[in-house]
Design a protein around this ligand. Structure first.
Ligand code: AP5
Length: 249
């Protein structure tokens, strides 16, 4: 059986990771990227894949949200600027995001593998990732690309609520908490992410179309792209993902 306890702190803040990972005998170690529009459900799938197949979820958005909880005097100028881009729904400059990934080689070396969620988002970031992995003598196994019609994406995003304390993710209709606006896991207050407001959603979708959607071709040309329909329940989508991975040589 695969058993994992990932050290998320090492991803959020850098430093030495202390992940406890035992993969089932004969299980593959997956090193993958999750692609897809904002709100398509990448984070939801990342959690399921990480729990069941072992790779560590490495979300660049989570690093920025963790930085938001720091005292402003503890943030580097680049991180403070990144939070302003994020609030508006714009992409953070490539060099800031690439620097964050480059500074965390221990997370990329995780014995359970990794799932990059939200990185790369531009062709320049994808080229940088190739070079970072080359230095570590690693290669990607697959790039999972989740597709969903835009009206369903907007409804997933606008109904999302996030726990202000433990960051657990809910949805007002598809995954409501037991008590309205209260986190089932820690009792924290559920909030609407700043970038889930309509003006920021529009900017994020435009950035996705312009900068991130060309990555599908980039990875298709390298034989890594695995397209997955993101309709249905999280469990249905996970089953499609696992089947698509099992079918790869
Ligand atoms: P990031 O945190 O990466 O956000 P995102 O890509 O916009 O993705 P989301 O977290 O919004 O959505 P998701 O696809 O994970 O969906 P989720 O599973 O939560 O980035 C945020 C910002 O950081 C960027 O805008 C940018 O500013 C900056 N940034 C980060 N990385 C960067 C980079 N590499 N370069 C430059 N800038 C960068 O699901 C959404 C909702 O739907 C939830 O409520 C969930 O419960 C619900 N849901 C999920 N699956 C289903 C389902 N199957 N059925 C019904 N409901 C579902």
């Amino acid at each position: 059986m695969t058993a994992t306890k990932h050290d998320r702190n090492a991803w959020f803040k850098g430093g030495i990771a202390n992940c406890q990972v035992t993969l089932a005998p004969g299980a593959r170690t997956y090193r993958m990227v999750l692609l897809g529009a904002p709100g398509v459900g990448k984070g939801t799938q990342a959690e399921l894949i990480s729990e069941r197949l072992g790779p560590c979820q490495l979300s660049t958005g989570d690093v920025f949200r963790a930085a938001k909880t720091l005292d402003p005097s503890e943030r580097t100028p680049a991180l403070s600027a990144a939070l302003d881009y994020m609030k508006r729904g714009e992409l953070v400059p490539d060099e800031t995001v690439i620097g964050i990934v480059r500074e965390r080689p221990n997370c990329l070396r995780c014995p359970g593998g990794f799932l990059l969620d939200g990185f790369p988002r531009t062709v320049h970031q994808a080229e940088a990732l190739e070079s970072i992995l080359g230095v570590l003598s690693m290669k990607l196994d697959a790039v999972l690309s989740y597709d969903l019609p835009i009206d369903q994406i907007v409804s997933r995003l606008s109904g999302r609520r996030t726990c202000g304390a433990c960051k657990a993710v809910y949805h007002v209709t598809t995954k409501p908490p037991k008590v309205a606006d209260v986190c089932d896991l820690c009792g924290g207050k559920l909030i609407l992410r700043e970038d889930d407001r309509p003006e920021a959603i529009r900017v994020r979708m435009e950035a996705y179309e312009k900068s991130t959607s060309p990555l599908a071709d980039y990875y298709r040309q390298r034989g890594l792209l695995v397209s997955i329909a993101a309709e249905g329940s999280p469990e249905d989508i996970y089953k499609r993902t696992a089947a698509a991975l099992a079918a790869r040589p």
